[in-house]
Design a protein around this ligand. Structure first.
Ligand code: PMP
Ligand code: GLU
Length: 388
């Protein structure tokens, strides 16, 4: 078969590829520990599992409304309205439930971007953004952020990247892979620049919003004059350990955009899994399971402490999400170090090249404390061999 040119050039998500490689090595009996995948290792909390089972037992096994169950859409709007800094009053009709946050981002890009439209992506950035933009035949405008700025986009960098063709800015906070969290002051400064460019829409990927270790993450829905220019993406995957349920969402006030996304969804997926939607609703309504955040906070403290002792690792302390993103240029090129750690230390990490930054590697600390200690021990040992 001859593939379409669009798909022929499409890369596989390097995060998922590394996870698959790691599983293959494990199946061969090799004791590899994976720090490759950004996926909470905890079980989904019991009340959420009960809600999923009840949904199945009550025969929620038919097609649902395209944009999602009305009660879940309402729960999502209420959840967003309570978020730190939110000033835009969202209603159920502003919400579309999707198959994970990934599909929400993909649908938003597909709905807005066409040939020649520029999308500004501050790098390092999550692996899928640029491929999604290319699929929509848009133009990726990567803007490298600096270690000194804790990998946050500055107003000057944003201004330099904006052109009359810019259609979208993609902002991820808390960030994958850097763990950076934009403060309200930083967001204010970026928004001030964007006020001069009314044709630009902002897609805020806030999938890690519940996982911060200092200041809470401020939502970008904090500017009333941007109500029609902001799309908020979030989901239950990370905060509730529900990656396999595949429920995410987007929120937007712009009715033309929402109805176009619903039309797209009606042709592409019909609706997200209905029992999984019932489980997601329970997650949002039930009291938050504090133990998930508490255990990530402990792991973050542990990994940053241990990583400081690894020669050649230079990093900013993550403020959110569950990734450490050390600069390893003192040791060698990120792709080579990634390969070396897999083969020699039997620790799977992801090369920063996958995130548009060849200086760094990404370590996911969504694994147990014992595994973190063992991984860092193995890495330290392997790194010492490079240094001598
Ligand atoms: N955005 C970012 C930054 C992510 O790291 C992920 C990882 N899964 C997603 C979106 C997609 O989330 P989901 O699993 O809900 O599709
Ligand atoms: N978002 C996670 C990660 O960055 C899961 C993998 C993926 O969706 O690409 O590892």
């Amino acid at each position: 078969m001859t593939l379409s040119t669009r798909i022929a050039g499409l890369a596989e998500a390097p995060t998922l590829r590394m996870a698959a490689r790691c599983r293959e090595m494990q199946a061969q009996g090799i004791d590899v520990i994976s720090m490759a995948l950004g996926e909470p290792d905890m079980d989904t909390p019991e009340p959420i599992r009960m809600a999923a089972k009840a949904a199945i037992d009550h025969h929620l096994s038919h097609y649902g409304p395209v944009p999602g169950l009305p009660s879940l859409r309402q729960a999502i709007a209420s959840h967003q309205n309570k978020r730190e800094g939110n000033v835009i009053p969202y209603a159920a009709e502003d919400v579309i439930v999707t198959v994970g946050a990934k599909q929400a981002i993909c649908s938003a890009i597909e709905t807005l971007i066409g040939p020649g439209d520029e999308v500004i992506i501050p790098t390092p950035s999550w692996v899928s953004y640029s491929e999604m933009v290319r699929l929509a035949e848009g133009v990726v405008v990567n803007v490298p952020t600096r270690f000194e700025d804790k990998y946050c986009l500055t107003p000057g960098q944003l201004r330099d990247a904006l052109t009359p063709q810019t259609k979208l800015l993609l902002l991820c906070s808390p960030n994958n892979p850097t763990g950076s969290v934009y403060s309200k002051t930083q967001l204010d400064a970026l928004i001030a620049v964007l006020r001069e460019y009314p044709h630009v829409v902002v897609l805020a990927d806030e999938i890690y919003s519940a996982l911060t270790y200092g200041q809470p993450a401020v939502t970008l829905a904090a500017y009333p004059d941007f109500a029609d220019r902001i799309i908020i993406v979030n989901g239950v995957s990370k905060a509730y350990a529900m990656t396999g349920y595949r429920i995410g969402w987007l929120l937007a006030k712009d009715k033309t955009f929402i109805s176009a996304c619903i039309r797209l969804q009606s042709q592409q997926i019909t609706c997200a899994s209905v029992p999984a939607q019932a489980a997601a609703e329970a997650a949002l309504i039930l009291p938050v399971d504090e133990s998930i955040l508490a255990s990530f906070a402990k792991r973050r403290e542990l990994i940053t402490r241990l990583a400081k002792d690894i020669p050649g690792f230079r990093f900013t302390e993550p403020q959110g999400a569950f990734y450490l993103f050390p600069d390893v240029t003192a040791l060698g090129q990120a792709d080579v170090i990634t390969e070396y750690l897999l083969e020699q230390a039997h620790v799977a990490v992801v090369s920063g090249a996958a995130f548009g930054c060849s200086d760094c590697i990404r370590l996911s600390y969504a694994i147990s404390e014992e595994q973190i200690v063992e991984c860092l021990r193995r890495i330290n040992e392997a790194v010492e061999k490079i240094n001598c």
